[in-house]
Write a protein that binds this ligand. Structure first.
Ligand code: SMG
Ligand code: MG
Length: 380
């Protein structure tokens, strides 16, 4: 059982990244984060992080949009309903189209509330079976090959279990060939963030001799048909990220042969309940999954770690330690790694302490919505 939610506090913070992160669609030097704290009737609180970006370049969602939707629509729906388990949110929000990151931020907070209030870890509440997980690193586009080789070398020295390199037209096959030549043994993959089209198939075949674990999302963010065609034309396995927003997308992608692997991001699919269902679907189909990253603070990172403890997460995720991103994280202890291994905490909920004083200091805006506040009309 989950305590009823008495109020929800939305806080906005901005946190600079320790190093800029560049993908085929742009460079981020900081993250604007929306944090959701749900306060239960038993005094327990749960935390969730919204992974939307400031600008709608990774997906159509934005931090401002998510905040607006939560205040105007999702929280009134939550307060009008009688939800006694976080899994109930999936059905409650089913009439809403997309807006998965806004939904997930609230759903993750409810899962944390549920787990804390029942004195179990989020990992075990979700059905997790591992007490440690393997992690990889995602390295953004660098100014030149030398800088990239230095970054990959540092990652290998630190013991990361696999290295992902961002690519885009003009910075791809030759660059990754240089990485492979210097690091013949490293578990290596690339992520294009939708920078190519099917017309690039011959060029992308240039990756085939580099023994990559996979190429992530080479084609359009909303496509699965062209990816299936590309899969017939290249040997490097294709992993879908941006194209998968729910269980049906995953089912159809597997059915078409568009994905040999699936990157599960809790925010992109609308929450933990759906994530677990995609995990189950892929596991039954023998398709490996791994946990993606959205440059999360410790709150989202802790949620990712709990989910990765499920048995189908057989490949290392983008769940690098806190120090990779932040000079001071929002949780204590921060996430640390020992030779590519992160321990799954067994304390209640997220299993880390949320550094509330630090969050209050950082907060640039705080909005509190109480369950007994007047509910705006939900029907036009
Ligand atoms: O969290 O270390 C991380 C970043 C992982 O590469 C990463 N994420 O397409 O998978 C992806 C990108 C999206 C980041 S845009 C905010
Ligand atoms: Mg990706």
């Amino acid at each position: 059982m989950m305590p009823s939610v008495e109020e929800v506090v939305l806080r906005r913070i901005e946190l600079p990244l320790v190093a800029p992160f560049t993908t085929s669609f742009g460079t981020q030097t900081s993250r604007e984060v929306l944090l959701v704290e749900v306060v239960g009737s038993d005094g327990t609180t749960g935390w969730g992080e919204c992974v939307a970006t400031r600008l709608p370049f990774y997906s159509e969602e934005t931090v401002d949009g998510c905040e607006s939707l939560l205040v105007g629509t999702l929280l009134p729906m939550l307060f009008a309903a009688d939800i006694d388990h976080p899994a109930g949110l999936e059905a409650l929000f089913a009439p809403i189209r997309r807006n998965k990151m806004a939904r997930a931020a609230l759903e993750c907070a409810l899962w944390d509330l549920y787990a804390r209030s029942n004195s179990v870890s989020l990992a075990s509440a979700l059905g997790g079976t591992r007490d440690e997980i393997e992690v990889g690193i995602s390295i953004g586009l660098q100014d030149g090959d030398e800088a990239l080789l230095d970054r990959v070398g540092a990652a290998v020295d630190a013991g990361f279990r696999r290295v992902k390199v961002k690519v885009r037209p003009g910075r791809d096959v030759a660059m990754v060939t240089a990485v492979r030549r210097e690091f013949p043994e490293v578990a290596l993959m690339v992520d294009a963030n939708s920078a190519y089209t099917l017309a690039d198939a011959d060029h992308l075949r240039g990756f085939d001799d580099l023994e990559l674990m996979m190429i992530e999302q080479p084609l359009a963010h909303d496509d699965i048909v062209d990816h299936a065609e590309l899969a017939r034309r290249i040997r490097t396995p294709i992993c879908l990220d941006e194209s998968i927003h729910g269980v049906d997308d995953a089912r159809k992608a597997l059915q078409l042969g568009a994905a040999a692997l699936v990157n599960i991001k809790i925010g992109r699919v609308g929450g933990l309940t759906t994530s677990v269902r995609i995990h189950d679907l892929c596991r039954d189909a023998g398709v490996p999954v791994w946990c993606g990253g959205m440059l999360e603070t410790g709150i989202g990172r802790a949620t990712n770690i709990a989910m990765t403890s499920l048995p189908g997460f057989v490949l290392p995720g983008d769940t690098a330690p806190s120090a990779n991103y932040w000079t001071r994280d929002l949780i204590t202890p921060e996430v640390t790694m020992e030779r590519g291994i992160v321990a799954v905490p067994d304390g209640p909920g997220l299993g880390y302490e949320v550094d509330r004083p630090w969050i209050l200091e950082l907060a640039t805006r705080t909005r509190t919505v109480r369950a007994d506040s007047r509910t705006p009309a939900l029907v036009d």
